[in-house]
Structure formats: C-alpha cells, structure tokens
Design a protein around this ligand. Structure first.
Ligand SMILES: Cc1cc2nc3c(=O)[nH]c(=O)nc-3n(C[C@H](O)[C@H](O)[C@H](O)COP(=O)(O)OP(=O)(O)OC[C@H]3O[C@@H](n4cnc5c(N)ncnc54)[C@H](O)[C@@H]3O)c2cc1C
Length: 425
C-alpha cells in the first residue's frame, strides 16, 4: 500500500509523454505558470533533420509570448504569401500571409527537426536539464484517485522505469500509446487512398522572393506544394491518389521516417510546369525523400479520463491541408495553461481544457479532410479539365474568398480577434 502523503509531496505536477512540438511547448507554458513538469520521450536523440512544417500567426503569438521571437527568425522563414495554381500552371489565387495580411505576428515555415531542437534547448535551459528524459517509451499507466503512475521502457536496454505525477498528458503523436490505452479498439489511423511524399532540396537561389508557398493541382488527386524552410533550403510535398477514396485503416503504422523514392513520384508530376520553378529538378535533387500515408482519425468523444488527457496529434491527428498540425498542438498547450489557471492542477482543469479544445479541433480535423484552403484547387480542377481562358468562367472571386475565410474562422485565424487577444503571460 502506498503512503499517499509522501507520494504527493514527491511527484511532479504534470508528466508529459512525448517530446514533440506539442509536448515541449506544453512543458514551457506550464513551467512559466509555476508547475513542475517532466517530459518523457521515446527516442534517444532529437535529430536536426526532417521536413517542413508551418506555424500560423495564432501559434506564433504563443511562441513569441514564450520569448522565442528572435530564435524563430534563425530557424525559419517568415512567409509572405501563398500562390494557388491549377495543374496546368494557371494562377487561381494569391493569399497574403502574416504581418502583410494584418496580423501582429508572422507565419513561419521551418524544418520540424530544427524547431524541435530549439524547443528542447529551451525546456532544458528553463525547466531544467533533467526535465527531459530520453529513451523513455510509455508502455502503460494506472490512474489512482490522487495521482497517476506510468511505466516507461528504455528501448535500448529494456529497463523499466515507473514514474508518478498528479496528471499525465499524452502528447505522443499520431500513433499515441496513451490514446491506444484509453481507446484499445480504435485501430490504426484512417486512410482514404492518398500517399504523401515529402522532400528537402538544397539550392543556391530560392525561387521568387524566397518567402512564397506554392500549392498546385488537386488535393483529391495530385497536389504539389513547396515552400522555402531556410535561406538555401526548399521543402516540397506531393499528395498522390493511389487508391479509391473509400475509408479504410492503414495497412501499416504511419512512420515519419519511411524513405520514399523520386522514381515512384516523378510520373505523377510530369505534367506540372511553372515558369519560375523546375518541379522535376526539385524532386530529383532532393537530399532526402519520405513517404507517408495521408491519414487522420475520427474525432473522439472525450480526451480527458480523470487524471489523463491527450494533446496535439495524439488527440486530433489531421491532414496537413492548411498546415495546422503543429499550430493546433500549440493552441492546445495554451488552452491547457488557461484551464489550469482557472481550476488548478486538477481533473477539473483537464476537463475544462477538453470541453474547450475538443469541439474546436474536431472542426479543424473535418475541415482539413475537406482539404482546408486547398479546396479551391479541387473546385477549379473539377470544373475545368483543360486550361481556362478566364478564371471567372470557372469560379467567382467571391466563392474563392468565402472558402478561404471559412477555413480561417475554423482554425482560429480571425485577424481582429487574434490581434486583440490578451497575452498568455
Ligand atoms: C519524427 C517525426 C517527423 C515529423 N515530420 C513532420 C514533417 O516533416 N512535417 C509535418 O508537418 N509534420 C511532421 N511531423 C508531425 C508533426 O510534428 C505534428 O503533426 C505536429 O507538430 C503536432 O505535434 P505533436 O507534438 O502532437 O506530435 P509529434 O510531433 O508527432 O510528437 C510526438 C512525440 O511523441 C513521441 N512518442 C511517441 N510515442 C511515444 C511513447 N510511447 N512514449 C514516449 N514518447 C513517444 C515521438 O517520438 C514524438 O517525439 C513529424 C512527427 C514526427 C514524430
């Protein structure tokens, strides 16, 4: 029998499973708020490699409030605009981004690995060197009335380590073990017949102004997306339909480290041409290519189960359409902080976070399934099998604006509302 009093004085307030983007930002926020936190991460080291991810202004706001402003400029590129093209290379829409669009904060594009390393450095500096435990893969947890107990295995040695905390946050990504324990019958993520190839290419000169994202084609068929993630680095991603759009679970567990091959992808994009960018060359000269099934999961009826909850991709994995995965995880961290401010480190705090964030992210997951802002590409592609002579014959400016605005509303990108929102710290 445990002596509850001595356990409760000994243990950390919050144990975070997963040192990805969501877990690390949560650790920084909760530490700022005065709580003790520890992060347990399965991998042995965080590598500075990876592919691009995008941060929307509402998540950059949180990161600036955590004091990361200057370092974000070192690891990322502030996006200026996104240009949407038909599969024939005809311009459909130009979207101004970040500060230029009226937000007080920019958007950023960056290497996920560099960003994760930056966050990891801050957690170690601010929360403490021992606040991040690597080589710690969660395998089980047990909830008691006053605390949670979790078992971690060291994948290298096989040693088991048991930790206790007042609360446990599952921020362990799309293949979350915490979610699997809470929902044992859910199965693998859902797949609707599309593969996602990603690559990174080094270059002497970035295309256009060096701050522009290109989205081209049809997300329901073949879509090519590219954007710079560094002064000499371009990230690209290509969605290709390889099966019917019927929903099925993936036959394999999605793995971010799965190597892809340019020969498999090039036949799909041979018709895609832009006069300022050689897409074929960009793909062929990649230093690394990854292949990932386009997957998500259905929204859950609840994330919080007494002293345990889910956050980020573990709670709401979503399609990358609209570039919201990392940004929504950061909003989760913000809301968790606000909920603890109101209810303390309690199951009520976890429940308040669930009540506020789950409905909001459910809508984003479903909107991303409908291709987010990239729905405009799908509409144009389905209405015009050949080059159009005038875009207005295919779609009105009003229809395009409505789709863009609706997705912004869903994700939390309302300019006026965001600009007036009080600072978290
Ligand atoms: C290796 C990797 C590469 C990625 N590359 C890209 C990319 O190029 N572009 C992009 O848009 N998104 C990428 N993502 C996903 C992206 O980071 C997330 O969609 C988003 O940032 C939300 O972050 P998250 O913290 O919820 O999940 P993630 O960033 O996926 O982080 C989850 C973390 O939990 C750890 N973990 C998993 N299981 C356990 C366990 N049982 N015990 C302890 N720790 C565990 C993982 O190692 C990982 O560090 C990648 C994720 C990973 C893990």
């Amino acid at each position: 029998m445990h002596d509850i009093k001595s356990i409760l004085t000994d243990i950390v307030d919050v144990l975070i499973v997963g040192g990805g983007i969501g877990g690390l930002v949560t650790a920084l926020c909760l530490h700022r708020e005065g709580y003790s936190v520890r992060v347990h991460e399965r991998v042995a080291a965080v590598e500075p490699i990876g592919f691009g991810l995008n941060l929307q202004p509402f998540s950059v706001k949180v990161l600036y409030e955590l004091g990361l402003e200057h370092e974000l400029d070192e690891v990322g590129i502030q996006g200026a605009k996104a240009l949407f093209y038909s599969r024939h290379g005809q311009l459909i829409y130009s979207e101004v981004k970040g500060i230029e669009a009226g937000y007080k904060w920019p958007t950023y594009s960056m290497h996920r690995g560099n960003f994760q390393q930056l966050l990891m450095r801050h957690v170690r500096d601010e929360v403490g060197e021992t606040s991040v435990c690597l080589n710690q893969k969660l395998i089980a947890f047990r909830s008691y009335s006053d605390y949670v107990e979790a078992d971690f295995v060291n994948p290298r040695t096989g040693d088991i380590n048991t930790e206790r905390a007042k609360l446990l946050i599952g921020a362990d990504g799309i293949n979350s073990t915490v979610r699997k324990i809470l929902y044992p019958n859910e199965g693998r993520p859902l797949w609707r017949g599309s593969k996602l190839y990603r690559g990174v290419t080094e270059t002497d000169k970035l295309y256009l102004d060096g701050r522009t994202m290109i989205l081209m084609g049809n997300p329901n068929d073949i879509e090519f997306v590219t954007y710079p993630v560094g002064k000499n680095t371009i990230n690209w991603a290509c969605v290709v339909r390889v099966d019917k759009p019927d929903v099925q679970t993936t036959s394999v567990t999605p793995d971010w480290n799965n190597i892809g091959h340019s020969e498999d992808l090039l036949p799909f994009v041979s018709h895609m041409k832009l006069d300022f960018l050689d897409i074929r060359h960009l793909i062929q000269s990649s230093i690394i290519i990854n292949e990932f099934p386009m997957t998500d999961r259905d929204p859950l009826p609840r994330w919080t189960h007494e002293r345990v909850t889910l956050l980020g991709d573990a709670a709401h994995p979503m399609y990358p359409n609209g570039g919201n995965g990392a940004s929504q995880a950061i909003l989760d961290a913000r809301e968790l902080t606000l909920s603890f401010r109101q209810y303390g480190i309690t199951p009520e705090g976890l429940q308040a976070y669930d009540d506020r964030r789950r409905p909001a992210t459910n809508t984003v997951v479903l909107a991303a399934r409908q291709y987010g802002s990239e729905e405009i590409l799908k509409i144009v592609d389905e209405r015009s099998s050949h080059e159009f002579s005038s875009l207005s014959d295919v779609v009105s400016t009003e229809e395009l604006e409505t789709i863009m605005l609706n997705f912004k509303k869903v994700t939390g990108s309302n300019i006026q509302k965001l600009n007036q929102e009080p600072s978290l710290f």
